[in-house]
Design a protein around this ligand. Sequence first.
Ligand code: G3H
Length: 536
Amino acid sequence: MDLADLFPRIEDVPEKHDIAPLHQRHYLCGGELKPWNGPAEEVCSPVCMRNGKTLEPRVIGSFPSCTEKESMEALDAAVLAYNSGRGQWPTMAVEERIRCVQAFADRMKEKREEVIRLLMWEIGKSHADSAKEFDRTVAYIVDTIDALKELDRVSSRFTITEGIVAQIRRAPLGVVLCMGPFNYPLNETFTTLIPALIMGNSLILKPPRFGVLLYEPLLTAFRDSFPPGVINVIYGDGATVVTPLMKSGRIDVLAFIGSHRVADILKTQHPKPHRLRCALGMGAKNPAILLPDADLDLAVRETITGSLSFNGQRCTALKIIFVHRDIADDYLKRYCAALDSLKAGMPWEEGVSITPLPEPGKTGYLAGLVADAVEQGAKIANGAGGTFAGTLFRPAALYPVNETMRVYHEEQFGPVVPIVPFDDIEDPIEYVIGSFFGQQLSIFGRDSDTMARLIDPLVNQVCRVNINSQCQRGPDTFPFGGRKDSAEGTLSVTDALRVFSIRAVVAAKGGELNNDIIRDIVRNRKSNFLSTDFIL
Ligand code: G3H
């Protein structure tokens, strides 16, 4: 079937999944939804509409193109809410902050269907994966609350060392700028936003390039669940609204998931870089390494989902596959058969895997990668691979790929899969060592001696080695990090609570006066920090 025919005519869109345009004319600042009368940016869905022979973009809404003025207004609101650590939010008891986040989660759940619909239309994610992203995010909030309760319980006692009595707890850092990626616009943003908030920081959220409108249904819940200014949401062109924030020097923490190029720009804009703390998730080119004794059924299953779920648009996707020459032909045949059975179509279709790509010009870029590889001697191993229509790109498995080809080095972030044959295990190891990235990798094989010999050096190159399993971030309680250009800092449910806070100590040399003061403060619950309250 012609790929273009997979796009619906407007009258063919199932009513249940159709979308009414959402023209957002407000932004959240200082506890108010402020009206916006300035220019707006149109949102075009990657899900094009077929009109006769042509594919037309469909406008599904628009959002404010804020300027430096609104951005600084949001910053002032966040700075005021934090109030040098004296604000209501940073001084609030942990239990009360937890109540606010729980109230937000309850309100958020009411918006499930709206957010899922927007995820499908804004970034082309399948209904099943969009639902998974929403539910995983709610689960992340619940897990974060549980982790903070546990952290607080551990901190709710005094310690006495060398005659000094002390209480040690984690305190917030200040104002956080939070920016997530377009491929997980809700989930990955929330994996920094929620821990940053719950630890007592105030926050400015700038939604990603695509996946902007899905925040609109959540704005009133943000407004009503937290004190004014604790969370502010601004919209618009990144360079226009984010640059002044960074240059102001009043951002204490940058939580950014995106490219290392943009991360570098943002960091260097801060006038006092040593003051800026960063939680960065950046690029990756995770390899799979298939050893000669690999279980091929298993390897095919894992490398297909590893390389192509959400069209390969995951930072953790397998972006290059090294296969031992002895099994290369067999693997290739099976991989291509599995690839060809993936269903391409619209996000709402049952069982769909390959869906429209949200980045403008992406299909052209991917076709360029394929053409370059073919020119240098690779073949498209699956027949119709690499063809495209509008925003839909049929996945292409390229073989044999080598270091002369762009796709060997570039992070394709899309449905093009370079497959590299090797004779000597040193080849993939050298690739990992020479790579600018250092997030994860997968090894497929059966022999435990060989595996062990590979694991020991490779854990010093990446942050997760997966055995006979695809690369992935989850479970979210596991540490998620990267070396080299892949990440700064480690996130997990518990790690993130640490990333967005600092240990602070209240200490007193023992003696009658100090003991009386501490006893009185604790017994009469005069302080939220100096407290032995135990959260149940
Ligand atoms: O885009 C990167 C995400 O963190 C990947 O998460 O491995 O659970 O799909 P995932």
